[in-house]
Design a protein around this ligand. Structure first.
Ligand code: ADP
Ligand code: NI
Length: 229
């Protein structure tokens, strides 16, 4: 127990992580699509919970935390200029003392774990470190926070809240994923698929619990929605 606490303290006090948090907070200061600094913070916390539950010594916990804080900064939903954001991040990471192996793992977490990336690269195999990060990021798409984030994202993109005529589709590519949608169809097209796609036992059970909360919310939603106009 003492060793565990010391480990946790060491990571929190790691100067690399302190600098990464500052960078993340500055870069995400104007983020208004549900990928703000508090999303990063929740992903980092969820990842810590997964790591504590799974006890897999091959996972690099520092890399997972770094990925939680940095992953959305270079995403096309968040960055105005993705190429510039990627270059800036690379330059920033060079100022920290990560090993080449850690940098590779971090890039894997950032660039290869998204739902959209996997649609276009279905055979990609992730490392144990990237699997933990992926589950943590996916948990934040579910539950009460997941509902709010999805509505917020839909509003930012001027998507309709719901249209009974717009039935859920099976998404086959990133282009499909980024095509027009409604907030409610997004639950069926992506969010409800996530618990079964989780890599860890903790991610699966917590994801399932959060999905069930969302199903309860939708039951209320459809009860309030008029049957016909
Ligand atoms: P990934 O990184 O797995 O590709 P995104 O970063 O694109 O996923 O999406 C993260 C969150 O943004 C989703 O969980 C959801 O809350 C919101 N989101 C993404 N696409 C949509 C959409 N079409 N409609 C509503 N919300 C969306
Ligand atoms: Ni994210």
């Amino acid at each position: 127990m003492l060793a565990l606490l010391q480990g946790a303290e060491t990571k929190e006090m790691d100067t690399r992580l302190i600098k990464i948090k500052e960078y993340s907070q500055a870069q995400l200061a104007n983020e208004t699509t549900g990928h703000d600094y508090y999303h990063a913070l929740r992903v980092a916390k969820a990842a810590d919970a997964i790591i504590a539950a799974e006890n897999d010594t091959t996972v690099d916990g520092l890399v997972v935390s770094a990925a939680a804080f940095l992953h959305d900064i270079v995403d096309d939903k968040v960055a105005q200029d993705v190429v510039q954001a990627q270059k800036d991040l690379k330059d920033f990471l060079k100022t920290l003392t990560f090993t080449a192996v850690q940098l590779d793992l971090l890039e894997e977490c950032i660039y290869q774990t998204s739902f959209s990336y996997e649609l276009d690269h279905p055979a990609n195999e992730l490392s144990s470190t990237a699997k933990v990060f992926q589950d943590a990021d996916r948990l934040d798409a579910l539950g009460a926070v997941g509902i709010m984030r999805t509505a917020y994202f839909g509003g930012a993109h001027k998507d309709p809240l719901y249209d009974p005529k717009r039935l859920p589709k099976k998404l086959l590519s990133k282009a499909d994923y980024r095509a027009e949608s409604t907030v409610i169809t997004h639950f069926y097209e992506k969010l409800f698929l996530l618990p079964e796609l989780m890599n860890t036992a903790y991610g699966r059970s917590e994801g399932q619990r959060r999905k069930e909360f969302m199903e309860g919310f939708l039951a209320e939603f459809f009860q309030e929605w008029p049957e016909q106009f």
